[in-house]
Design a protein around this ligand. Sequence first.
Ligand code: FAD
Length: 515
Amino acid sequence: MQTQLTRRTFLERLGVVGGSSLVMAAMQSWDLMAGQAGTRPALSGRPERRKVVVLGAGTSGLVLGYELGKLGYDFRILEARDRVGGLAWTVRRGSTHTEIGGEKQVCTFDNGLYVNVGPWRIPYIHTGILNYCRELGVPVEAFANYAEENYCYFENEAAGPLAGKRIRRRQVKADLAGHVNELLVKALDQHKLDLALAPEDMARLVEFLVQSGFLDPSDHTYKAFAVRGPGDPYPLSAILRPEFTRGISSIIPAGDVATLTMLQPVGGMDQIAKGFERAIEPSRITLNADVQSVHQDDHGVQVVYVDTKSGHRKELHADYVVLCLPMTIIAKLDVNLSPDIMSAVRAIRHSDSAKVGLSMRRRFWEEDDQIFGGHLYSDLPLGEFSYPSNDYFTKNGVLLGLYVNGPLGNLGEQPVAARIEHVLTHASKVHPQIRKEFESAYAVWWRRVTYSEGGYAAGSAMARRGVTARMDNRLLIGSAATTPHSQPDWQEGAVSAGWQALTTLHERAMRGTAV
Ligand SMILES: Cc1cc2nc3c(=O)[nH]c(=O)nc-3n(C[C@H](O)[C@H](O)[C@H](O)COP(=O)(O)OP(=O)(O)OC[C@H]3O[C@@H](n4cnc5c(N)ncnc54)[C@H](O)[C@@H]3O)c2cc1C
């Protein structure tokens, strides 16, 4: 070994990999963990008063509409945009939006290229949304959430001697296991570990450590080995740092954002919304319907909306209305929900999420770097920088140049061109080819997108659901923020919220007369 790593510092640093930080990592992943949507409601009966208006055709509104149709309700979905899906927006050639207080963008990617600027991956345990894919005939493919060839690149001095160097994740993993196993085998060989193991088990343990750490079978030392890649192993002291060890564990919790088995709809995340749209009678969904007010009384609910194409003001009447809208929108809506529900709505935050898609003339990450999906591990101000898991080895492709869920200085306030320049400047430190191959970009800062005014609903589902999921006479909220089972920052949360709204509404309607 080339380094002066004392036993004490080794043990301290090992604590970073395992011990207390393992507990922390587990807690963090629990926080991020998205459970399943619960059980799809099996309801029956047909209430007398069953005219329902659903506001919003995001995932939650579409799930609710689809299920209401099966139960025989007379429903309408009003959606302000000219498309269904809400946050599940796939940007491709011709996609456009004008930022609140800002510029208009029109996507000029080549035909066939796209970037999912909202949801982009589905953990395999999200059986609620995945079963809808199956039911609606939406094909899914593997989303490579991890690829051995992905790079690590940390600029900050705290990253130690490897700061500013582009190194492969595979090599970091191999060297960590190699060095640690070598130390353990050394201690076992020298009888320094007091383990309650029979001699034959001890021998098996050594054999396992030698094999899993790629140690030399004769002298039990870790040397560079062919599959790891060329060059000497990195010294343990250089890679035993949180920058490099973060996220490395024997197994990744199933619902964690780092889950290895992830899926994505073929052709873009909006294919799920389109699947629902195909399955729901066309006359039930009204696009370009910007809801202005929702007023309930003992006899029914009046919904007023503006047809954004014609500018005409229109009115609808229903027995019940379910608001599958973002909290940011409900908070400002002219709606007579009870004050406690409205104050709970106003207390719920939506993430300050942003994504930038970079269209590249050539898939240099595949051709030059052998990277097929996965992410860059870095401290660059890009959040998550990722490679596409679709259409490998085709002519060109779209990189996810930036994905953040919080503010990045004042980047979001700068002109779009400056934001793209920021991404290119930092990304080219890892991929110098980026400048030459860059074709065009599309930037979405959700806080500045009309009809969303924020990303996913954040925070604890349990705390919010008591108040926001309560039926208020004839009105009910049904978007992901009210999810009873799963975290709201996943589509699974929107499915769960849709199911909850369906159950609450149906029980209420079956009770008959209004309160
Ligand atoms: C950047 C980002 C990344 C994400 N990544 C993932 C991921 O990888 N996997 C995953 O499963 N989930 C992910 N999510 C979370 C997921 O997108 C959401 O939980 C889910 O889409 C929320 O659905 P919803 O129906 O509750 O809300 P929305 O999708 O917000 O739907 C609300 C609908 O209401 C409409 N509306 C708004 N105002 C009006 C009005 N005045 N009149 C009529 N209609 C109106 C909107 O146009 C919209 O269609 C991500 C979200 C973001 C922002």
